[in-house]
Design a protein around this ligand. Structure first.
Ligand code: N01
Length: 495
């Protein structure tokens, strides 16, 4: 973890950018494959990615922890069936330390730019410290949801009290006894709302679109259960397999079985009816778009919170923010001491905050002007030896993203093995393979609820094209990435 590591003379085998789940998993798998000359660069002072950044009250994962954990690192004693943020971060630290990733890790090491050097057939990675690191392969693991999105609301900067984005929570801001305005009703808002309501004297929740909410069967997870999962593999497979099958089954409603969506929708509406008895409030909270078009939430106390007498759900659009209030278009003035922006992320910045220039100098942002795309979600024509984890069209609406990440990690390992067998060469996906893959993918995505469901969602890029999500089951994706298909890649010799 030293600040000023020695400069590598020969290019490293790989540089991974991003120390969240994907970067950590990739690093572990590299070591297990006997590849030790790599670095893991993390721009912040600690590992964890989204689970380091999202420290708002009650942040948790809505996929059970037995599945939301690496298949190769089971048995961690998560105290609850649905793990909370501090426990997920503890798990990530455990993975880093158990697998000896620290010597490869550079914290506070943001990347400014990376460009392909065709003469040496390697990436030149420029850090914010001014250092240049060379590597044959550049592996980005920067997440789809790492850049907070601030809403474009008139007067926002004039608010004089604390103004917090959910992904940049300040634990020093006490909500006790204060008037709190929360903007947004996505997964983050729904999770933080119960604690805000339990502390504040008044909470105003500004809702643009109501979410679908399913009950959450959470429970404490005794230590013996984790121990069994760690030591008796068939029990772990059974538990993981059951959760996986349920999630996959529900996922059919998003891309294959609209009739199942209609059934699950009724479940959500029944849950709403049971939890919210006031018909006027229930009407406000009833979605009018198809189930799954936006992320389906699991109820961690959201409905309990909105039904408290000191919580008001405001559905009029926000007109402006003043020093101590939010004004709505109907002229309503809603006083607030603290403003919480649970307004999501700039989901289209797939490679984080740095620019990547490929073989002919063209940058990824230029290539992606019409929206991000990739081959199998991992590689892009024009960018040799660039591999993305959690890249375009690899997000899900229904299952553990770590299953997808592990699929990509296996694929990238296959590519690195091919590179190791051919020193000096580089691999670049063929344009026809890439365009065929994307044509088929977009055709399938056009039939999913994210395209047809009648809502706006963060899965869409420019022109409404779905750039974030995979189009089908997680196992069909695993199947597509089960081996590295070198026949769809050109082998480039140094210039
Ligand atoms: O963000 P979002 P999030 N005026 O984009 C509203 C993952 N995640 O941070 O729906 C008023 O979903 C916006 O309104 P609308 C998960 O994948 C997982 O909550 O666009 N409102 C919406 O209600 C999730 O999908 C977990 O009409 C404005 C909200 O802000 C993803 O992260 C927990 C507005 C943004 O919702 C993002 O979730 C947390 C404006 N100007 C997050 N601008 C779990 O595993 C935006 N909004 C549980």
């Amino acid at each position: 973890m030293s600040e000023a590591p020695p400069r590598a003379s020969a290019p490293l085998a790989a540089v991974i950018v991003g120390g969240g789940f994907a970067g950590i998993g990739m690093a572990i798998r590299l070591k297990q494959a006997g590849i030790h000359d790599f670095l893991l660069l993390e721009r912040e002072a600690g590992i964890g990615g989204t689970w380091r950044d999202n420290t708002y009250p009650n942040a948790a994962c809505d996929v059970p922890s037995v599945l939301y954990s690496f298949s190769f690192e089971p048995g961690f004693p998560f105290p609850r069936f649905y793990a909370r943020q501090p426990d997920i971060l503890r798990y990530q630290r455990h993975c880093v330390s158990k697998h000896g990733i620290e010597p490869h890790l550079r914290l506070n090491c943001g990347v400014r730019t990376a460009h392909w050097d065709g003469t040496a057939a390697c990436w030149r990675i420029h850090t914010l410290h001014g250092e240049v690191i060379s590597a044959r392969a550049l592996i980005t693991a920067t997440g789809q949801l790492s850049v907070p999105r601030l809403p474009d609301i008139a007067g926002l900067a004039s608010f004089t009290g604390p103004c917090l984005h959910s992904a940049r929570w300040d634990p020093g801001v006490d909500l006790q006894g204060r008037r709190v305005a929360v903007i947004g009703t996505g997964a983050s808002a729904a999770q933080l709302l119960p604690q805000a309501v339990s502390r504040a004297i008044r909470v105003t929740l500004f809702q643009r679109t109501p979410p679908y909410v399913l009950p959450r069967p959470d429970r404490p997870a005794p230590r013996w259960e984790s121990w069994l999962y760690g030591h008796v593999p068939p029990l772990r497979w059974l538990s993981r397999g059951t959760v996986f099958a349920v999630q996959e089954f529900l996922g059919l409603s998003l891309y294959a079985l609209p009739v199942l969506g209609a059934v699950v929708r009724q479940l959500c509406l029944a849950h709403l009816w049971l939890r919210v008895r006031d018909p006027a409030l229930r009407r406000k909270l009833t979605p009018s778009y198809a189930l799954g078009c936006k992320r389906i939430l699991v109820d961690n106390g959201f409905y309990g919170a909105v039904t408290q007498p000191h919580c008001e759900v405001v559905t009029e659009a926000i007109a402006s923010v003043g020093p101590d209030h939010v004004r709505t278009v109907d002229g309503g003035r809603h006083e607030a001491d603290v403003l919480v922006l649970a307004t999501g992320f700039a989901s289209q910045t797939f490679n984080g905050t740095f620019e990547i220039a490929g073989r002919d100098g063209r940058t990824l942002s230029e290539a992606w002007r019409e929206g991000a795309y990739a081959y199998r979600g991992v590689t892009v024509h024009g960018f040799p030896n660039l591999f993305m984890l959690y890249g375009p069209n690899t997000n899900l609406g229904h299952n553990s993203i770590l299953y997808m990440t592990e699929s990509q990690i296996g694929y990238v390992l296959g590519a690195l093995r091919a590179l190791r067998a051919a020193p000096g060469e580089a691999l670049e996906v063929l344009p026809e393979a890439e365009s065929q893959w994307n044509a088929r993918l977009q055709q399938a995505l056009g039939r999913t609820v994210w395209s047809t469901g009648g809502c706006g969602n963060w899965y869409q890029g420019p022109g409404g094209r779905i750039t974030s999500n995979w189009s089908g089951s997680t196992f069909s994706y695993r199947g597509a990435l089960r081996r590295f298909d070198a026949e769809h890649y050109a082998r480039l010799a140094p210039r």
